[in-house]
Write a protein that binds this ligand. Sequence first.
Ligand SMILES: Nc1ncnc2c1ncn2[C@@H]1O[C@H](COP(=O)(O)OP(=O)(O)OP(=O)(O)O)[C@@H](O)[C@H]1O
Ligand SMILES: [Mg+2]
Length: 508
Amino acid sequence: MKEVWTSLVSIMGVFAFFQSILHVVLPPELWFAAAKLFHRLFRCFSTYCYFDITEMDGVNTNELYHAVQLYLSRSASMAASRLSLSRGLNSSAFTFGLANNDRLVDSFRGASATWEHAVTQRQSQTISWRPLPEEKRSFTLRIKKKDKPLLLPAYLDHIMETATEIRRRNQDRLLYTNSRGGSIESRGFPWESVPFKHPSTFDTLAMDPARKELIMADLNDFAQGKAFYEKTGRAWKRGYLLYGPPGTGKSSMIAAMANYLGYDIYDLELTEVHTNSELRKLLMKTTSKSIIVIEDIDCSVNLTNRSSKKPAPPCEPPSDLRPAGGTEDGGADDRTITLSGLLNFTDGLWSCCGSERIFVFTTNHIEKLDPALVRSGRMDMHVFMSYCSFQALKILMKNYLGWEDDEQSDELMRELAEVVDDAEITPADVSEILIKNQRRERREAAAELLEALKARVERRKERKRSLSEQVVEEEEEQEKRALESPKESTGQLMHSCNAKEDKGAEED
Ligand SMILES: Nc1ncnc2c1ncn2[C@@H]1O[C@H](COP(=O)(O)OP(=O)(O)OP(=O)(O)O)[C@@H](O)[C@H]1O
Ligand SMILES: [Mg+2]
């Protein structure tokens, strides 16, 4: 055995010696041809098979080449000795790559695969409408012939999937808007995008930790639920309705969701969309792994129940929107935008166009929404964004003051816990107070917050008192008038009740 090995090594040595002589003696073209021939001969007797993945496939870019590059960048940073570094467009991460002629060994399902990167000068510029790069780059994959059925095409699929994931993670989120309306004339794409760099995360989001956990678990289940959605025959999408007073963190929650899942956001401005077909085009041009947001859905457009002929007036009716009159399938009146047109995408046949998409609707007035929109099963999760609770307050204090619980501040925290619910203050207002006092010493800033909350509680009590006094005064006045003119009594007392109800509603 030892002799066979020694003679093999000496043959290789002799061959390498001849190769180096040929390299010096022969002109480059001939040398390349000879080297190629040698490699071909060598491969005939080899137990390995080789696959070349070139950067350019004819004049087109070879997607697989870039996928391999990205895929290898994960392990290249640790294993290879010489690396190339790059940073892509819209990306904040650096990518490592194999340098010329460097090698890397990877394994998949127990089989090993060797990758080699080759960069050579392009011999002559072929005539093409698109200039080709001066360098010819390619990866060579070497695997054992016996492993071929095991690795192909599963290994390549795995590479493509991993590369897509890395690209998505490296790439900054994008925020798309349809500010140009639904028209797709301009470059065939109706959305405009900007890098999305909102810093809100679930850590910084002020809300009760238990509810936060629930939402995060729901998002995780959704993102990892491909098999479940396939098995149950459901479209891979989820709907969230976020509702609550202004400044309670609905938009911040959407940003936190996008950052958590690494999804892009499509901010759908419904007032810019004029017909159902425009809406359809817009939604069809959204990518998977994205969050489609419709903010203030109660104010956006005249979205009414499909059966309703007389829609309730929207907050700011856009001039060119006609009353909704769609049908169950959303297609009868395509000249307007209707609730059914929208629901067709979130719920109906079109919901399966594209996958892994989350719909988020926000509103300050859930009671104004059409029952069709809020009925159970339509929006999978209704999330009430409430006034600041004590738990939420602690998160904001941590965010803005770097506040950590300690025994010395027990009394202060106890007082804060006592007043925060009665103060009915939004996280946005708490943030304002904390920002104003940010430069102060932490305890001082927290004490200032306590004072602001106490003052707010007092103001609310005062307002309630004056409102109830006003109601009592009005009642007395009406009773007096009723006694003076008994005929009018019934109608006026009715009015008084309504006035009371209205005030009660306002106070709510
Ligand atoms: N729950 C929260 N956690 C952390 N910060 C918050 C929260 N709610 C509000 N804020 C702060 O207040 C600002 C406004 O909040 P945001 O825009 O998320 O409220 P919103 O509920 O979307 O309001 P609107 O109904 O007016 O759109 C945010 O930039 C953030 O700084
Ligand atoms: Mg908002």
